[in-house]
Design a protein. Structure first.
Length: 186
C-alpha cells in the first residue's frame, strides 16, 4: 500500500481531505482471521493481515483525521474492540472467554488495539479528545454468521456502548475499556 510522508495510507488521507468537520471517529473495521486455528498453526502472514486491518488501519485512519478532530468542540474517538481483547477475561477460569479456543489472530489484535487506544488517550487528553475502546459484545452480523453457536444480540444493541462513548461529556473518561455494564478489566 502506498504511503504518504506522514506514514498514512493515501486513501486515509484522501478521505480525510474530503471532510470539512469531524466530531466523532468510530473505528469499526475488523477481520477475524481463520476460526479454529491455534497459535501453533498460525502463519505469520495471517497474523500480519489481521493486525494490518485491526490495529494498523486504526492508526492510519486516526492519524489522518486528527487535524479535524483537534478543531472540534467535543472530539471523541471510539475504537470498536472486543471482550476477547481483555487479558483478564482470557485468563480468568471463571469467565467463559477463558474456555474459547486459543487463537493468535483476533484476540491478539483486539488486545493491541486496546493498548493503542490507551496511548492515543494519553497523548490526546491535553487536546480534549476522549479516546476509548468499546466492547459491543457478539452481535448477529455477517462478521459472526460463521460462528459455531447462535448469536442473538442485535447490532443496535451492540452499538449502544459505542454511542454512549461517542457522546461523553467533556469530563468523561478517556483511556478506559467499556461494555454495556461499564468498565471492562484489561
Amino acid at each position: 500500500m502506498a504511503r504518504d510522508s506522514g506514514g498514512c495510507a493515501m486513501p486515509s488521507r484522501a478521505a480525510a481531505a474530503s471532510l470539512d468537520r469531524l466530531d466523532v471517529l468510530v473505528n469499526n473495521a475488523g477481520v477475524s482471521g481463520p476460526l479454529g486455528e491455534p497459535p501453533s498453526g498460525t502463519p505469520a502472514a495471517t497474523l500480519r493481515e489481521v493486525f494490518e486491518t485491526n490495529v494498523v488501519g486504526v492508526l492510519m485512519v486516526t492519524n489522518a483525521v486528527l487535524p479535524l478532530l483537534r478543531r472540534s468542540p467535543a472530539p471523541r474517538v471510539v475504537n470498536v474492540s472486543s471482550g476477547v481483547g481483555s487479558l483478564a477475561h482470557q485468563t480468568d477460569p471463571g469467565h467463559y472467554m477463558s474456555g474459547l479456543p486459543a487463537s493468535a489472530t483476533y484476540p491478539l489484535s483486539k488486545t493491541a488495539l486496546n493498548q493503542l487506544t490507551v496511548q492515543y488517550a494519553r497523548e490526546l487528553r491535553k487536546d480534549g479528545i476522549l479516546v476509548n475502546p468499546a466492547a459491543p459484545g457478539a452481535c448477529a452480523t455477517d462478521f459472526t454468521k460463521d460462528l459455531p453457536f447462535p448469536i442473538t444480540r442485535t447490532a443496535a444493541q451492540g452499538a449502544a456502548v459505542v454511542i454512549r462513548l461517542a457522546t461523553l461529556p467533556a469530563d468523561g473518561p478517556t483511556g478506559g475499556f467499556f461494555d454495556d455494564d461499564g468498565r471492562v478489566p484489561w
